[in-house]
Design a protein around this ligand. Structure first.
Ligand code: NAD
Ligand code: TYD
Length: 339
């Protein structure tokens, strides 16, 4: 079987490419990625050596390029990871998020219709549900929770999700959607909270915590997310949404302090900076459906996952130093210069 993975040079996509090549060596994995600032071919170096893997540079909004690839590869399963994924960037440039996340999804689904696929899987996020109040720990996002977005990023992902469900109903496209909580692990671009804190702490630089640091995220080790997607795209019911998360809620401050402890660095590096506009307070997933229907459960505890992640960044300094030496530095100045 051929699986077309878009966005496979990004954080979760690259982890997913390795997950599939290891777990299903009989399947061929084709990656379509535009290599935006977030795409990094160095993350796919090992995969490139595997004859079951093919990398193609291309934009998911480029209809001709997408159709050419479908023509060549005739994939049975399409998994769409490709997206603009950083909330802070979506505040700076909403249009890019609508283009890639909504129009790109449409283009991938049009090709999936035209050439016929067994499954079109959309990788979505818990952010489509908006946020939960901090003083109601009894509330969780279920698949029935209304979409109620806060940022241009989450709005673009929610728009894509609605389009996916519309293609299922109107055209009978065999779709599925997973909505996952915050991931962490290897190959995570160092603009996101955990890798940003690891790489800055290693350089004894200040750690910018937004607002009072009490916003809550529900963290999942990336491999557990890959396992969930693999199950849903192969065995999940058509037309269904599955929430993915492991009941691992932490305040940002708690996460940053855990990273500092793991690295043996002082908490005095923490610096409170101006809050993110519209900053979601709390995300918390109820994963009952995927557990009951597909038997999915997370396998990596937070302590174990953070330990492994920190170790990965220590062992792969070239990977992130190459990124820091590039465009990222201008980006950092731009985002944090006046904060
Ligand atoms: P990422 O930003 O690390 O990677 C995105 C990848 O998509 C990059 O390789 C980039 O080059 C590629 N890309 C961007 N625009 C493209 C385009 N127009 N055409 C082709 N490729 C393009 O993102 P990530 O964190 O790996 O997230 C992957 C998916 O998972 C996204 O859809 C995101 O919404 C979703 N998600 C992420 C998280 C998380 O915690 N990171 C949680 C839940 C869901
Ligand atoms: P992020 O990794 O951007 O993921 P998301 O916004 O999609 O949840 O941020 C995680 C949390 O960390 C979020 O509440 C914002 C906060 N944060 C900081 O406090 N400082 C930072 O420098 C960054 C990037 C994020």
């Amino acid at each position: 079987m051929t699986i077309l993975v878009t966005g496979g040079a990004g954080f979760i996509g690259s982890n997913f490419v390795y997950y599939e090549l290891n777990k299903h060596p009989e399947d061929r994995v084709v990656c379509l990625d535009a290599l935006t600032y977030a795409g990094n071919l160095e993350s796919l170096e090992e995969a490139m050596k595997n004859p079951q893997f093919r990398f193609v540079r291309g934009d998911i909004t480029d209809r001709a390029a997408v159709e050419k690839l479908f023509e060549e590869e005739r994939p049975e399963i399409v998994v769409n990871f490709a997206a603009e994924s950083h909330v802070d960037r979506s505040v700076e440039d909403p249009g890019l998020f609508i283009r890639t996340n909504v129009l790109g999804t449409q283009t991938m689904m049009d090709a999936s219709r035209k050439y016929g696929v067994k499954r079109y899987h959309q990788v979505s996020t818990d952010e489509v549900y908006g946020d939960l109040p901090l003083d109601r720990p009894d509330l969780f996002f279920t698949e029935e929770t209304h979409l109620h977005t806060s940022s241009p990023y989450s709005a673009s992902k929610a728009g894509a999700d609605l389009l996916v469900l519309a293609y299922a109903r109107t055209f009978g496209l065999p779709v599925s959607i997973t909505r996952c909580s915050n991931n962490y692990g290897p190959y995570h671009f160092p603009e996101k909270l955990i890798p940003l804190m690891i790489t800055r702490a290693l350089a004894d630089e200040s750690l910018p915590v937004y607002g009072n640091g009490l916003n809550v995220r529900d963290w999942l080790y990336v491999e557990d997310h890959c396992a969930a997607i693999d199950l849903v795209m192969r065995r999940g019911r058509e037309g269904e949404v599955y929430n993915v998360g492991g009941h691992n809620e932490r305040t940002n401050l708690d996460v940053v302090k855990t990273v500092l402890r793991e690295l043996g660095k002082p908490e005095s590096l923490i610096t409170y900076v101006k809050d993110r506009p519209g900053h979601d307070r709390r995300y918390a997933i109820d994963p009952t459906k995927i557990h009951n229907e597909l038997g999915w459960l997370p396998e990596t505890t937070f302590d174990e996952g953070i330990h492994r992640t920190v170790q990965w960044y220590l062992d792969h300094q070239d990977w992130w130093k190459h990124i820091l030496a590039g465009e990222y530095q201008n980006y950092y100045e731009h985002m944090y210069g006046n904060r």
